[in-house]
Design a binder for this molecule. Structure first.
Ligand code: AGP
Length: 625
């Protein structure tokens, strides 16, 4: 939530920061702002609404050119999305500008303290206190190098909550100082064509991948000072030197561009065959075995596991629901799946032999991070499934399995989801292999099925024109229901979530068997009902039951939209619209059946004239609880 960009270097900092904001706008888009340090004073521009509004202001009234600047795109928490509440916030004496991501929980008492000294607040944000406190702390800090960093440490020691703060001070024109506690922040360091050093700060690497791939990952409760001549130095909040972790970003700038697609979401949907292939790459051995060297848990630790919790939010939670079916089936270990925001508050029973699998595309979702910390406090082992390298969740986990989806910019997760599901399969199969729950040839046969997934997804994508046509006819629907059984149930939930978040149409996903216990009353003449049909080869005639469910809703007037595998003729008489997917083993089917639902939601939103990539009220990475 909230995009943060900072730059110190020889280039025009206004351009670098604006470019970074364009790349980070997906993190929040209620307002945007920029501050530059030029000729010994701060100049700011900020505007409510999308970045385009700020760009318009800057085109009419340009800021002076500068070599140090900070910029922010906001997802409002304290104070509405107005010009006044937009960041950066400047201290009353005009010396400090601050941008912030997170929530300063004790801001009310700090604000009262500032007001008692005569400071008049200009915004309703929690952030503004940091600007005033920092200006005061700077006056108190010893003169000389590192004064702003010292002031930042003093302020951070007083703040409660989660925050990333970036500050610039008029007395230190070549310096930026930043701090982080439980909120994301990465440092980029590069050189311009003539070899001059330049430095970047960003909420994530997308902020600067157009300039450098050299990044530094900061730890918890750390302050970083970046100075054009002295370079980068990191300390903890107490002032003790700390060593940041250097890494090379393997995403390139082009991967974070639309590449000719109208929406990032369309591009990311199209990238799914590759993303799935990349997530499998190197993990399927030549003899049909699983090779997960990066899972840093010993075989003995994996054998000792007697219970698994999968914890995640939103779409990632749906991936977890699918994981439950596969992992329990393959390993016979009980699996519970929970939304992260509920997990730690209900005192779950965890111990050393519990494996907690946390799933997060961004690696920064605060609810998931807090659940992870709770699990580790209770001595459980934590395995993260994550897409963003260098993010907080994998760093704090005992083990990590990265999905290799590449940057996901659209707020609605697509390739992130598919690769999470695939990673869950890998975890399940690996556990089965290590614990001897499956014969080698059984694992090898499932591995063969996994290898076919990228082509199966590509085949679905090649046949999406009828889905797009159907979507256009559904654009005025008031409500759309989604039904599924077994792994089709989480797919139904995911289809409904996609539609809600993108098209703002009421949508609900149901376990098809639950329909008769209440929700069937929602069905009226013409209500669109999407049904995810399992393979006719699925166990215990789930298929037959779903076919009956289609008939039940149709008998009550529903318009049935049926997703069924090739060759399934049983559904034909009851489908008003039939979407075919390739034959895929039951447990792996979500990887193909989800895709038409993504396309459906995307196209309906587009037909309704909505912003597909940046739906209202949302942000890509939810870094507040
Ligand atoms: C997906 O379309 C959503 N925008 C959202 O539910 C998302 O999946 C959720 O916030 C979790 O994000 P994460 O994977 O980055 O932790």
């Amino acid at each position: 939530m909230c995009g943060i960009v900072g730059y110190v270097g020889p280039q025009d900092a206004r351009d670098v920061v604006l470019e970074g904001l364009r790349r980070l706008e997906y993190r929040g888009y209620d307002s945007a702002g920029i501050a530059v340090l030029a000729d010994g004073s701060l100049a700011t521009a900020k505007k409510a609404g999308k970045l385009a509004n700020l760009e318009k202001v800057l085109a009419e009234t340009p800021l002076p050119s500068a070599t140090t600047a900070i910029g922010h795109t906001r997802w409002a928490t304290h104070g509405g999305p107005t010009d006044r509440n937009a960041h950066p916030h400047v201290s009353a004496d005009g010396s400090v500008a601050v941008i912030h991501n997170g929530i300063i929980e004790n801001f009310a008492s700090l604000r009262a303290e500032c007001e008692a000294t005569g400071i008049e607040f200009l915004s309703e944000t929690d952030t503004e206190v940091a600007a005033h406190l920092l200006a005061a702390a700077y006056r108190e800090a010893p003169e000389g190098e590192g004064r702003l960093a010292e002031a930042m440490r003093a302020v951070c020691r007083r703040l409660e909550g989660a925050f990333t703060l970036v500050a610039t001070h008029v007395a230190e024109p070549d310096t930026l100082v930043a701090a982080r506690r439980s909120s994301p922040l990465v440092v980029g360091s590069g050189r311009t064509a003539d070899g001059t050093a330049e430095y970047f700060l960003g909420s994530d690497v997308a902020a600067f991948i157009g300039h450098t791939r050299n990044a530094l990952e900061l730890g918890q409760d750390q302050v970083v000072e970046i100075d054009r001549t002295r370079g980068v130095s990191v300390t903890d909040f107490g002032g003790a030197a700390a060593e940041p972790v250097a890494y090379t970003v393997d995403w390139d700038a082009a991967a974070a561009e639309k590449g000719g697609y109208g929406w990032f979401m369309l591009k990311e949907i199209a990238e799914q065959p590759q993303a799935v292939a990349d997530t499998l790459l190197g993990r399927l051995g030549a003899h049909g075995e699983l090779v997960l060297d990066e899972v840093r848990l010993s075989d003995q630790e994996l054998r000792d596991i007697d219970k698994i919790f999968v914890v995640a939010c939103g779409t990632a939670y749906h991936a977890g629901l699918i994981a439950k079916y596969a992992i329990e089936h393959w390993t016979r270990i009980p699996v519970e799946v929970e939304v992260a925001s509920e997990f730690r508050y209900r005192d779950p029973v965890l111990d050393r032999s519990t494996l907690v699998v946390v799933i997060s595309q961004s690696g920064e979702t605060m609810d998931t991070l807090m659940a992870l910390r709770h699990a580790r406090d209770q001595k459980a082992r934590v395995l993260a499934i994550c897409n963003a390298n260098g993010s907080t969740i994998p760093r704090e986990s005992d083990a990590v399995l990265y999905t290799h989806a590449g940057p996901e910019i659209a707020v609605a997760s697509t390739k992130g989801f598919l690769t999470q599901v695939v990673a869950c399969y890998l975890v399940g199969l690996f556990l089965a292999q290590v614990r001897g729950m499956k014969f080698e040839d059984e694992v090898a046969s499932i591995v063969e099925d996994l290898r076919k997934l990228p082509d199966a997804v590509a085949q679905v994508l090649a046949e999406m024109e009828p889905v797009r046509e159907l979507a256009r006819s559904l654009a005025d629907a008031d409500t759309i229901l989604f039904l599924g059984r077994h792994v089709g149930f989480p797919v139904a939930l995911e289809g409904a979530l996609k539609l809600k978040e993108l098209a703002y149409i009421h949508a609900e996903g149901f376990a098809a068997g639950e329909l008769k216990h209440g929700p069937i009353a929602l069905i009226d003449q013409g209500t669109p009902v999407v049904v995810v049909v399992p393979s006719p080869r699925s166990r215990e005639s789930v298929h037959g039951k779903v076919v009956s469910n289609i008939q039940e809703v149709r008998a009550r007037g529903a318009l049935t939209i049926v997703i069924a595998e090739e060759g399934d003729e049983d559904v034909v008489p009851y489908a008003d619209h039939l979407i075919r997917v390739p034959r895929t083993p039951t447990l792996l089917a979500p990887v193909v059946t989800t895709v038409p639902l993504q396309v459906l939601a995307c196209e309906i939103a587009d037909t309704r004239g909505l912003d597909v990539d940046q739906p209202r009220n949302l942000a890509k990475s939810v870094t507040v609880e």
